[in-house]
Design a protein around this ligand. Structure first.
Ligand code: ZN
Ligand code: ZN
Length: 292
């Protein structure tokens, strides 16, 4: 069982606090759900996508249960949709479901698909899904239910800003189940195309593009305004930024300790002195120093 506090990106946590402090925002999110948006999305999906199971394309379906078990979340429904664009998303509040497109399945290898599914499960674990539905409502529902007139643009921008930061937390979740390198690889596929083209992509060089982007962005007011006008309506951060952030986290003490803790918990072995979970290859307990 993994807790969001163990991996949430600090910019996600800050953006969420900001979003939830906007007067009327939590009520708005609730209202969208009450109006039946969840049911609408669920029904549309049920009518158009293929639900995967032990008896329906089991090889694809079997990617999901072990990830849910490792993360300690209830298993959501899992669907496949025909779309040449590689994509995955999670929707719902009381009945949560994950959808992957045929383009995604075709483009990713098994590990990469796990990373994408773990990213989606991260949205569930971090309880992003309700707010993500409001984002979807903004983008796809296009005010079909006629209540957006009552919310101001700044709320929409605050929501999209949070949404971009939330992606960074979920990339971390993806790398807990796989590795930061695998998550970076999924980004390479999504940004540059299939393995046949992007297999030898230099990740570090690509990540430096994010630094270059920051330099341009911070170079005077005009550039900042220009950049802001481009990103303000996006719900995902630029892929170079995501790659830089995930590679950086992969080198952090937080990631190392978290993975060590998971490995120790999975070993089933405990320190005879302090009782905490320990890894099989440890000679000494890292917590109390007892010889194992
Ligand atoms: Zn996401
Ligand atoms: Zn100990």
């Amino acid at each position: 069982m993994i807790k969001p506090a163990e991996f949430i990106h600090p910019e996600d946590a800050a953006a969420l606090r900001q979003l939830e402090s906007i007067p009327g925002f939590p009520a708005l999110a609730k209202k969208i759900l009450e109006l039946g948006y969840e049911k609408l999305m669920y029904g549309l999906n049920m009518a158009s996508a293929i639900r995967l199971s032990e008896t329906q394309l089991p090889e694809l379906y079997r990617h999901l249960p072990p990830i849910c078990e490792k993360l300690g979340i209830a298993e959501p429904e899992f669907y496949l949709r025909m779309d040449p664009n590689p994509n995955a998303y999670t929707s719902g509040d009381t009945r949560i479901f994950i959808v992957v497109t045929s383009g995604l399945v075709e483009m990713m290898d098994d590990e990469e698909l796990d990373a994408v599914l773990a990213h989606e499960c991260g949205h569930i674990l971090c309880r992003h899904v309700v707010y993500n539905m409001v984002v979807q409502y903004l983008q796809y529902g296009l005010d079909a239910l006629g209540i957006l007139g009552s919310i101001a643009k700044p709320v929409e921008y605050a929501l999209l800003y949070w949404s971009r930061k939330a992606e960074l937390s979920c990339d971390r979740c993806g790398s807990i189940i796989t590795t930061p390198d695998v998550v970076a690889r999924t980004m390479a596929r999504l940004a540059g195309g299939p393995q046949s083209i992007t297999r030898h992509l230099n990740m570090e060089e690509w990540a430096r593009q994010a630094d270059r982007y920051d330099e341009i962005q911070n170079d005077g007011l005009w550039n900042k305004a220009l950049q802001l006008s481009v990103i303000i309506g996006q719900d995902h951060p630029f892929s170079a930024v995501r790659v830089r952030e995930i590679l950086k986290w992969g080198r952090s003490a937080q990631y190392r300790q978290l993975m060590e803790g998971l490995q120790a918990a999975a070993s089933g072995k405990h320190c005879p002195h302090c009782g905490r979970s320990v890894c099989t290859d440890w000679n000494f307990c890292k917590y109390c120093g007892t010889k194992l």
